[in-house]
Every structure is written in structure tokens, then in C-alpha cells.
Design a protein around this ligand. Structure first.
Ligand SMILES: C[S@@+](CC[C@H](N)C(=O)[O-])C[C@H]1O[C@@H](n2cnc3c(N)ncnc32)[C@H](O)[C@@H]1O
Length: 419
């Protein structure tokens, strides 16, 4: 047996890698994002691989989400590199990695509190498409004031920190339901019941979250790119990375997790320049569905068909109407894998966390597809760890046995392959 696998399971009781009782702590709680990974698990896994390998200086996560893998890697002294197409994920991860200029923070916090309750602050009522559908008038007024006060902050890393603190508040006080990642209106009755504590909540958040962040320093080396991995991965040199560790989307966003739709309300409040949105990538946030359609599998980009036995066998089992979406997704996925294979150093590891998803009630073979592809490129599959995870934010299935409620469970695979 490969020595690395022995280390992964050494002295671990059964179910250890399920990390069932551990929930995201500290730094990872400063802003919510869908489908985040378990920080302790990522930390432990990367630590074992890094110690075993003995020479891992950098790591790439090409779909970094809220940055769990990158932040945990940084804690282990590994230089983080990441890509995500979602400007909100980009901002959250940047703030976690860059840290805060704590010398200026104290006086800035005092100014914030003063200005929030001051009557003399000039601000413009903010506007974007459908703002009145998604926010009550008094909430728009108060968030507009906060937006202006945050924009008054001159130190960029402190300003970005304030925006991140505002994300959960924007979601909480919006008219969208919290039970789904999609934008879905609450009942009028529930909207009228929202108690406006926008200012109080924001002040509480900016005082609470900074202790989880490290001191800002120019020496703090990390590199984040905002955009489509399928394209941006081409910009890295061959064999640049010592480790690739990621959790790609499991299907096109529209039919799986709508990361884009989930993020649009905060994105429309936050200053674009602080999320690195410029004229060249403005199209990502053009409307409420653009981000999802630019994400993996969101649109048709390729003409050639994939040469995959696993995929063609799967396609034979589903109805024609559902095939093109699956093909679009796998083409994007394969093209990003191709680049990942190119930019990983020889003898180094690729760790991919993959979930199960069903189309036409058939299990999409993402794990088998990934294995087939990597093996065809000369990789050795070292491990396929399977862990049980609760399906997040899914309605509880009520079992008929004795009226007991049970959470539906799902399996997640952690594929470890060596180049
Ligand atoms: C499974 S999530 C990552 C979760 C992350 N590991 C975490 O713990 O938060 C997948 C991410 O892929 C991003 N994504 C989807 N399509 C992309 C693309 N074409 N290029 C870059 N990122 C993309 C989404 O925005 C989302 O943040």
C-alpha cells in the first residue's frame, strides 16, 4: 500500500474523515458562502500530504469558493494561489488571506460608529435593477448609508474587510428566503415582520470578525485571479505547482448550486472596484443570472465531442433533452483538468473533492470520469476516500418509521492522484 494512504488512516478511528461534528470556526464564519468545505479536514489532509512530500511550497485551488483550502494551506506555510469566477468568493478569500491593517483599525472602527449614527453624513440612495423587490425601503436607506461610510474608508484592506462584514447583513435583511440558494421572495407578511437592526448588526460584526484575521503585510504572499478557470489556468507556466487541491462545482450552477444567484444581492451593494470588477469583466455581473451562465457548464463553449467511455455510457442512460447540459459541463471540466495536469509538477499530488449529483435520476459519473481522464494522462490514483456528508439546505426527509426525522445523507469522494 502507498505510504501516504497508510499515513492518512494511521491512528484514525472509523469515520474520522467524515468530520461530522466539526463546523467551520473563526475566520471561516466571517461571511457565508454555499457549499463550503470542512476547514479542519482540509487542514489535516494537506498537512499529511505536505509532511509526507516534504517539499510543498505552493498550492493551487482553481475553484476556491470562500477560500477554505487556501486559508488552511497558508496556515501550514504553503503559498496559496486561487481562481474563482465569483466576485464575492474572490473578495471573501482575499480578505481572509491579506489580513488587516490593525494599526489603523481602531480609529477606523471609532469613525464608523460615529458616522453610522450621525445625522450629518451625506449619502445617495443606492439603486440597482429590482432593488425594491429585494429590499424594504428603510433597509435600502440604511444600507445606502453604510455603503457611503465604507466607501469613505481610505485604507483598502480595511474597506474590503467592512464589505465582507456587510455580506451576511445584506442577505439577512433582504426579501429573499434563507432556505434556498436561489432568489425566492419571502411572503409579504414575513417581509413586514423583519426588524431593522442593520446598524446594530453591522457594528457587532465589524467588532467581532477582525480578531480572526491576521495582520496585513505586503510580505503576505498569495495570488488570486477573478475569472473563468478554464481560460485563466492557461496563464500559468508548465509544472508551476507543488499541490493542486480543489472542490470543483458538481454540475452547471443553474441546476445544482446557484453560487451566482446566491451572491448577486451582496455584489450589487459592494463597490465593484473592491471586488476587482472592471469594464473587462463587467459582463459577469450584468444581470442576476449572468454569473451562473458564465460558470462551468453554464453555456455551450465547445464544438468537439469528448472521447470518454465513462461519459458516453452515462449519456446513453439519460433522456436526450438533458444531454447537452451534461456535455457542456463535462467539456468545461475536462478542459480545466487538462490544464491542471500541465501545471502540476511531476511526482506531486492532485486532490479533488467530488460530490454525487443525479441527472434524470441517474448518478453522474464525475468520480469515474476524473479517474479515467487522469489515468489516461499517466496519473496514478492513490486513493478514493469516501465520506458521508449531510446534504446541506435540503428539506429534511421524514421517514415513516416512528415519525423520526432524518437528514438525507450524501457521499463525497476525495480523490488523490499522483502525477
Ligand atoms: C464547490 S465550490 C468551492 C467550494 C470551496 N471549496 C469552499 O470550500 O468554499 C465551487 C466554486 O467554483 C466556482 N466556479 C464555477 N465555475 C467556475 C469557473 N468556470 N471558473 C472559476 N470558478 C468557477 C464557483 O463560483 C464556486 O465558488
Amino acid at each position: 500500500m502507498e505510504k501516504l494512504i497508510e499515513l492518512i488512516f494511521k491512528n484514525k478511528e472509523e469515520g474520522y474523515w467524515d468530520f461530522k461534528k466539526v463546523h467551520s470556526v473563526g475566520i471561516h464564519k466571517i461571511a457565508n458562502y454555499p457549499a463550503t468545505m470542512v476547514p479542519d479536514m482540509q487542514y489535516e489532509l494537506i498537512k499529511i500530504i505536505a509532511e509526507y512530500d516534504g517539499n510543498i511550497k505552493n498550492v493551487l485551488d482553481p475553484f476556491h469558493g470562500s477560500g477554505v483550502t487556501l486559508v488552511e494551506s497558508k496556515t501550514l506555510g504553503i503559498q496559496p494561489y486561487g481562481i474563482d469566477i465569483n466576485p464575492l468568493a474572490h473578495l471573501i478569500t482575499k480578505v481572509k488571506l491579506e489580513g488587516l491593517n490593525k494599526k489603523y483599525l481602531k480609529s477606523s472602527l471609532r469613525r464608523m460608529e460615529y458616522e453610522i449614527f450621525s445625522r450629518d453624513i451625506d449619502y445617495k440612495k443606492h439603486h440597482f435593477n429590482n432593488i425594491n423587490k429585494w429590499f424594504r425601503e428603510d433597509i435600502i436607506r440604511d444600507l445606502s448609508k453604510l455603503k457611503q461610510i465604507i466607501q469613505n474608508e481610505k485604507v483598502a484592506n480595511i474597506r474590503r474587510y467592512y464589505w465582507v462584514c456587510l455580506i451576511n447583513i445584506i442577505k439577512k435583511y433582504s426579501n429573499t428566503r434563507t432556505t434556498t440558494f436561489k432568489l425566492h421572495m419571502k411572503l409579504a407578511e414575513d417581509i413586514s415582520k423583519i426588524e431593522n437592526k442593520v446598524f446594530e448588526d453591522f457594528i457587532e460584526a465589524i467588532h467581532r470578525n477582525h480578531k480572526y484575521l491576521s495582520q496585513y503585510s505586503k510580505e503576505n504572499k498569495y495570488e488570486l485571479k477573478l475569472g473563468d478557470s478554464v481560460e485563466l489556468l492557461k496563464t500559468y507556466d508548465k509544472e508551476k505547482f507543488d499541490l493542486i487541491c480543489t472542490s470543483p462545482p458538481y454540475g452547471d450552477n443553474a441546476t445544482t448550486v446557484t453560487y451566482g444567484q446566491y451572491s448577486m444581492l451582496p455584489i450589487y451593494w459592494i463597490d465593484y472596484k473592491d471586488m476587482d470588477i472592471t469594464t473587462s469583466n463587467l459582463k459577469l455581473v450584468e444581470n442576476y443570472s449572468s454569473l451562473d451562465s458564465f460558470s462551468m457548464g453554464g453555456r455551450k463553449k465547445w464544438d468537439t465531442l469528448l472521447d470518454s467511455k465513462v461519459l458516453s455510457e452515462f449519456l446513453d442512460t439519460i433522456i436526450d433533452a438533458k444531454k447537452s447540459k451534461v456535455i457542456n459541463f463535462f467539456m468545461d471540466y475536462e478542459n480545466s483538468l487538462k490544464e491542471l495536469v500541465r501545471i502540476l509538477k511531476k511526482d506531486k499530488y492532485m486532490v479533488i473533492t467530488l460530490g454525487n449529483r443525479r441527472v434524470d435520476n441517474k448518478k453522474v459519473p464525475m468520480v469515474e470520469f476524473s479517474k479515467e481522464f487522469l489515468v489516461s494522462k499517466g496519473f496514478k490514483i492513490i486513493a478514493d476516500l469516501q465520506r458521508e456528508i449531510p446534504m446541506k439546505r435540503m428539506p429534511k426527509k421524514v421517514s415513516r418509521v416512528k415519525d423520526k426525522s432524518v437528514h438525507s445523507m450524501n457521499q463525497e469522494h476525495i480523490l488523490i492522484a499522483k502525477k
